[in-house]
Design a protein around this ligand. Structure first.
Ligand code: ARG
Length: 491
């Protein structure tokens, strides 16, 4: 049997200083148990923050020099060392330079690995970098910088999706189709009118990410571990250098709040939710029973058993991945619930959840944009069913209103006319005669001359979509205006 390692019996003095910041402790520190080392580390996921960590350190060092806490020569050495480290990490292959030898799990995280590498590289000046700083304000800063960058990347992906939706609206937008409420036929609209629904929703998603950048713009750096510092740190200096707003007003809040992360996770969840609704809508439209759209073959898959299948798997995965984003949001909120003020190690887990939610939603957005760009609406197939469902019933009630009837009475009259059609085995209101309309009006007390031949200009889906005139309507006029607005906004 191999001999048991006797590390646990050695005194702290004889152990190599794996964690230099644990020197002063009487015990041997977490490095003495491999499980503890693995349990406490965040390097496996937070090395993704290396660029943000280095940017924060550069700003911090420049500030230290500006207030006289380090010399110009120290600053020069630190800047050179950090630039070299960044280049080494970038040369060390995929997964955030996973092959860089400076990633040492026993140092716990990205912050300590980079600092240790800096000290190894430049010596004494490297030992001054952490002056007035704690990993608590350091990681809060790194995360904020990452969230800023992530929300800008999300904006770009959303923009791509909006452009694809607008492109489709320009191609197939004027095709007349039924709209649905309760998934029952409602009123006629045009395809572009429905596409405008998605444009509006995804544009709101962009605004949500803009807003989170604005709300979470304060600089945590200089808050230290919890209480600030007795050194003359200039927090406005680092804020300006990092493109952030004012110094965060409370050092305690600055180190321990993760509001920005929750805002991001919520924005991602809302985006995923809208994506899942679009996916579901189009899964329905792609079903044989509807046949409203044809998906590009690249974005459907076959069945291992049923040779005829063209399954909308990409859309289904977009729909299903919504749960992924929600899960990360709930995980994050749950980590934060009931945490006492100040930094607690629970917070280290935050990054896992927002990185994961972000990766999932970014991917779904890209997939959705490709699907939208290659999908076409089937004009003939949609037209073939347009005569069903009395889509023009509301327009007929509007006609009676225009002729002077009260809407509530008009509603009753049209209801009676629909029943009349059904009793005769007809399924379109335009199959009725002027006399039928007037008889129904008379029965409701509207007189027998309300309706004229012009009623037929109000009937039939094609006529109805030409009549909508309210702002933002889903008919032809609304589409024209909205296409103009979006073309301008997205160019
Ligand atoms: N890796 C840690 C995190 O992500 C850094 C902060 C550690 N701070 C501390 N006081 N132990 O939260």
């Amino acid at each position: 049997m191999p001999k048991k390692p006797s590390a646990t019996k050695k005194s702290a003095k004889t152990l190599p200083a794996a964690k230099p910041w644990e020197h002063a402790k009487s015990g041997e520190g977490s490095a003495a148990d491999p499980l503890a080392t693995r349990f406490v580390e965040s390097l496996s996921f937070d090395r993704r923050l290396y660029k943000h960590d280095i940017a924060g350190s550069v700003a911090h060092a420049a500030m230290l020099e500006s207030v006289g806490l380090i010399t110009a020569a120290d600053l020069k050495a630190i800047m050179r060392g950090l630039a070299e480290i960044q280049a080494e990490i970038e040369a060390a292959g995929p997964d955030y330079g996973a092959a860089w030898p400076g990633w040492r799990i026993e140092l716990e995280d990205v912050h300590m690995c980079i600092e240790a590498a800096l000290i190894a590289k430049i010596g004494e000046p490297g030992r001054k970098l952490h002056t007035g700083r704690s990993r608590n304000d350091q990681v809060a800063l790194d995360l904020k910088l990452w969230i800023k960058e992530a929300s800008a990347a999300l904006d770009q992906r959303l923009l791509d999706l909006l452009r694809a939706l607008l492109g489709l609206a320009k191609l197939d937008g004027t095709i007349v189709m039924p709209s649905y409420t309760h998934l029952q036929r409602a009123q006629p609209i045009v395809v572009g009118g429905e596409l405008m629904n998605w444009l509006a929703a995804f544009q709101r998603a962009r605004k949500r990410f803009d807003a989170l950048r604005a709300v979470n713009d304060e600089n945590p750096l200089g808050a230290g571990a919890i209480a600030g510092s007795s050194l003359p740190l200039d927090r406005s200096h680092t804020a300006a250098a990092l493109g952030l707003g004012a110094p965060a007003p409370s050092s305690i809040d600055a180190t321990a709040s993760r509001d920005a992360a929750v805002d991001l996770a919520y924005g991602l969840s809302m985006t995923a939710m809208t994506l899942s609704r679009l996916a579901e809508q189009w899964i329905i439209y792609a079903a044989t029973e509807f046949g409203f759209i044809t998906l590009d073959g690249k974005y459907t898959t076959g069945s291992s058993m049923m040779p005829q299948k063209r399954n909308p798997d990409m859309l289904e995965l977009i729909r299903g991945r919504c749960g992924w984003a929600y899960g990360e949001l709930v995980a994050l909120l749950t980590i934060l619930k009931g945490l006492p003020v100040g930094y607690n190690r629970d917070l280290q887990q935050d990054k896992k959840h927002i990185f994961s939610a972000y990766d999932g939603v970014m991917d779904s957005l890209e997939m959705a944009a490709r699907i939208v760009a290659t999908t076409r609406f089937n004009k003939e197939r949609i037209a073939a069913g347009l005569g069903r469902g009395f889509l023009d019933a509301t327009a007929l009630a509007d006609y009676f209103v225009v002729k002077g009837g009260p809407f509530r009475t008009a509603h009753q009259v049209v209801g009676a006319l629909v029943r009349l059609c059904e009793s005769r085995g007809q399924h379109e209101l335009s199959q009725l005669a002027v006399e039928d309309f007037n008889a129904a009006c008379a029965a409701a007390g509207l007189g027998s001359t309300l309706c004229g031949k012009d009623v037929y200009d109000w009937l039939g889906p094609e006529n109805v979509v030409r009549r909508y005139r309210t702002a933002g309507n889903a008919g032809l006029a609304g589409l024209e205006t909205q296409i103009k607005q979006w073309t301008k906004a997205l160019s």
